[in-house]
Design a protein around this ligand. Structure first.
Ligand code: ZN
Length: 489
């Protein structure tokens, strides 16, 4: 028998046996993206980390309601209470409606997530679609005396809260430290203390997205949306709340405070945080100018990339590290991941051809237990992958006649392999053709020459037919000044 699932709880700072509040139902909330730019590797990690959690919980027969939000209003530039709204700023620069920015980047985010084979969440609420819920949440905090109104904005009273609860229990930060760390920013004079955080912000004349409220025409602050939407869809207590470690403070710390202030108890049983991706040891981020978007990875179109990396290579690369470890990006690491993944996925064909014997010389049950133990140990995907490589060695041995499996054990191995590789780790065969395959390149050149000849002869029907047939194979052809370019979608 394999062990029970254990999850490292950031709040208790230890691994705990997973016991959902209302089994077999599980509520999971993960902070989603603020949609004002293309998704990068730093977005892929939480998406894939919690995709594994979602997939595995369903695999072991829980009914999971997975909520991942879209932040489309209220996330200010400096992640605190000052600066311009990230989406409003993008809209101003691009002369678009904020909701055009939101739609554009939400669509692109979804496309990237599909490419990475990340399952869709059960509910994907937006902050702007839940203004009423957020206003109600603020009202309850005000009624309980843990917030105050100041010049049309509402702030959370961290000092007052600290008399009854512990602000800092998740991140381990103390309010004295916060005081030192808080820079003097404009608008701070509206607050009793610089570490108080906004619940509602009165909009200034420049702000384009605002709604009426009892306090002012304004907009809800970022931390609040997750409290309001999490409570609406998953109830007052959520089983699992996840996100990147960069959200631990102030975002998640403030979510805990908001729920205690509104409901009188903690909002979450298990807090889970994935670690960051680094590039040459430095945190990846726009400010460091070292971030690479997912599209750039998939096309190889970035100066730091030696080649294009398929979505599955990115996924496998991320899963090769435990989600609580940092993961350092390099071309070598990605190329190693690509090779490893191809090897692992290549075994699927061998399994299909295995010939049964009268007896089994392999400990099939042992593999089964080792694989489940790895995932049950706080989703240890690198260990599970190591066991899968061992399993593929055995499969090759059976294929070479150096080990034996009975018919029923072949079936067990097949099921184990497909459960872990496809269902739990969420890997799949990328498009069978690849842009760096030289045969494909040569064939494409021939096909495009034929198309050019057709066009030169004004045979538009043939030229279009070639383009349309290629499109069916997910190959898009773009006409250029000197001929045509092609790419695999
Ligand atoms: Zn959040």
């Amino acid at each position: 028998m394999s062990r029970a699932l254990q999850i490292y709880n950031t709040l208790s700072r230890k691994k705990e046996i997973f016991e959902p509040l209302k089994a077999p139902n599980v509520g999971m909330y993960v902070c989603g993206p603020t949609v004002y730019g293309d998704a990068h590797l730093g977005h892929a990690r939480p998406a894939i980390t919690f995709d594994i959690v979602f997939r595995y919980l369903m695999h072991i027969d829980y009914k999971v309601r997975y909520v991942r939000n879209i932040t489309d209003v209220g996330h200010l530039e400096n992640d605190a209470d000052e600066g311009e709204d990230k989406i409003a700023k993008k809209a101003r620069l691009e002369q678009l409606e904020p909701m055009e920015v939101v739609k554009f980047y939400t669509d692109r985010y979804h496309q990237n997530m599909d490419q990475l084979n990340v399952l869709h969440p059960s509910i994907e609420p937006t902050a702007s679609g839940h203004i009423i819920e957020q206003i109600e949440f603020i009202k309850s905090i005000l009624e309980n005396g843990y917030a105050y109104e100041s010049q049309g904005s509402v702030y959370f009273d961290v000092d007052k809260y600290g008399l009854d609860y512990n602000y800092g229990k998740l991140s381990g930060r103390k309010t004295e430290d916060l005081l030192e760390n808080t820079r003097k920013l404009s608008g701070q004079d509206q607050k009793k203390n610089s570490f108080d955080f906004a619940l509602w912000k009165k909009s200034d004349s420049k702000h384009i997205m605002h709604w009426p409220s009892p306090w002012s025409k304004g907009y809800p602050a970022w931390h609040l949306e997750c409290s309001a939407m999490g409570t609406k869809y998953l109830g007052d207590k959520i089983d699992i709340h996840g996100g990147g470690m960069d959200l631990l403070f102030p975002h998640h710390e403030s979510e805990i405070a908001q729920s205690n202030a509104s409901r009188g108890h903690d909002p979450v049983k298990y807090w889970m945080h994935n670690n960051m991706i680094t590039i040459d040891g430095q945190k990846m981020g726009k400010s460091l100018n070292n971030f690479i978007t997912l599209d750039e990875f998939f096309t190889g179109n970035h100066e730091s990339l030696e080649k294009a990396y398929s979505p599955m290579t990115i996924r496998f690369f991320i899963l090769q590290a435990h989600y609580r470890s940092t993961l350092d990006f390099s071309n070598e690491a990605l190329q190693a991941a690509e090779k490893g993944m191809k090897k692992l996925l290549g075994v699927a064909e061998i399994i299909e051809k295995l010939q049964p014997s009268k007896s089994t010389s392999i400990n099939v049950e042992g593999f089964h237990n080792k694989l489940y133990d790895a995932i049950n140990d706080d989703f240890n995907t690198p260990i599970a992958i190591a066991h899968l490589f061992d399993l593929s060695k055995i499969i090759n041995q059976v294929n070479d006649g150096k080990a034996t499996l009975t018919k029923s054990d072949i079936e067990k191995i097949k099921k184990l392999y497909s459960s872990f590789v496809y269902d739990i780790l969420g890997l799949k065969n990328d498009s069978s053709v690849s842009t760096d395959d030289s045969l494909v390149s040569d064939l494409m050149e021939t096909i495009l020459t034929l198309r050019k000849n057709a066009k030169d002869n004004k045979d538009w029907a043939t030229a279009d037919k070639i383009r349309d047939e290629l499109a069916k194979l997910n190959i898009s052809v773009k006409d250029t000044k000197d001929g045509a370019d092609w790419s695999i979608d």
